[in-house]
Design a protein around this ligand. Structure first.
Ligand code: DO4
Ligand code: MG
Length: 293
């Protein structure tokens, strides 16, 4: 099953795709995911005739129905430096803080305890076709294309999604204590277009993640990675997230990036970020730059 949500700008409408057919979803999407995972009745409504592919081509400037985030996540958390490439690339950028003779990124990559950070609430997240943001005080913001997992309060994975941990890298590079400001702001996170149930993702460690940054119709950056390269596995990340830390059902955990463009790919207003994960789909988001008030 996959879950998605549409909006006409005023109201939202939620749907589930089961065996290739689209149905209205009569219950809260998180409840539907939990019931589905437990083999219980989901709460499907009438079958509807919706051209999903045509709707995926629209964005927030289109009139009429378009995609939005699949549901309102109560909390979004991130796990960091879970790929060797992120350990290396984060360690290379400028004057990086050290503990002993290792950069903080090398240290956390090798440590038993992962990096876990708070990322967003629903109001800071956008969906497919909606704008992600560059902070008004950042000149070097990058997308971080990641596999997102939707979990219950007990840490059970009930869904997968594509998620963008948009990050103001210059603010984090200036001082690691600025991490929350580099990670958490309006429009800092996009996810969707779908939440896909675990039965559709046979092996979460064999997914291909691709990123394209498009400027003026041309790709200025293209990169890819397989989740096979994720060193810190999902259950380990979830275990630390929920240790002595109660999270609500429907919390999303971002599992870390393995694609790291350089400074020359810093996002600009008008760019389009396209992230694909095999078996899930493609999340497309335009970019806007916020103003400092
Ligand atoms: O501290 C850096 C953040 C790392 C991160 O977000 C990632 O590896 O995806
Ligand atoms: Mg990240």
């Amino acid at each position: 099953m996959r879950i998605f949500r549409l909006t006409n700008g005023e109201s939202t409408f939620q749907y589930a795709v089961v065996n290739g057919k689209v149905f209205e979803l009569g219950v809260d999407p998180v409840k539907a995911l939990i019931n589905y995972a437990n083999g219980k009745v989901i709460g499907l409504g009438a079958e509807v005739n919706i051209d999903v592919n045509q709707l995926l081509g629209r964005d927030y400037r289109s009139s009429g129905l378009r995609f939005t985030k699949p549901y309102d996540p109560p909390e979004v958390w991130g796990s960091g430096i879970s790929y060797e490439v992120s350990r290396r690339r984060y360690s290379e950028e400028g004057e990086v803080a050290k503990i002993g003779d290792k950069t903080i990124y090398e240290k956390v990559y090798d440590a038993e305890r992962p990096e876990i950070f708070f990322k967003a609430t629903a109001n800071r997240c956008v969906g497919h076709g909606e704008p992600i943001a560059v902070r008004g005080d950042s000149e070097w913001t990058l997308p971080e294309p990641e596999l997102g997992v939707v979990i219950t309060s007990s840490g059970k994975v009930i869904g997968y999604t594509i998620i963008d941990d948009v990050s103001a890298r210059d603010i984090e590079a200036e001082n690691p204590l600025y991490l929350p400001q580099s990670k958490v702001y309006n429009g800092c996170c996009a996810f969707g277009p779908f939440i896909v149930t675990p039965d559709e993702i046979k092996n979460p460690y064999s997914l291909q993640i691709r990123l394209r940054i498009i400027r003026g119709g041309k790709a200025i950056y293209e990169g890819e990675v397989s989740t096979e390269r994720m060193k810190r596995k999902i259950d380990e990340q979830v275990k630390y997230l929920i240790r002595n830390n109660t999270v609500p059902d429907g919390t999303i955990l971002m599992t870390g990036t393995g694609i790291l463009p350089g400074r020359d790919a810093a996002l600009r207003e008008g760019d389009v970020v396209e992230i694909s994960i095999s078996g899930i789909g493609t999340l497309t988001t335009p970019v806007i730059k916020l103003k400092v008030d």
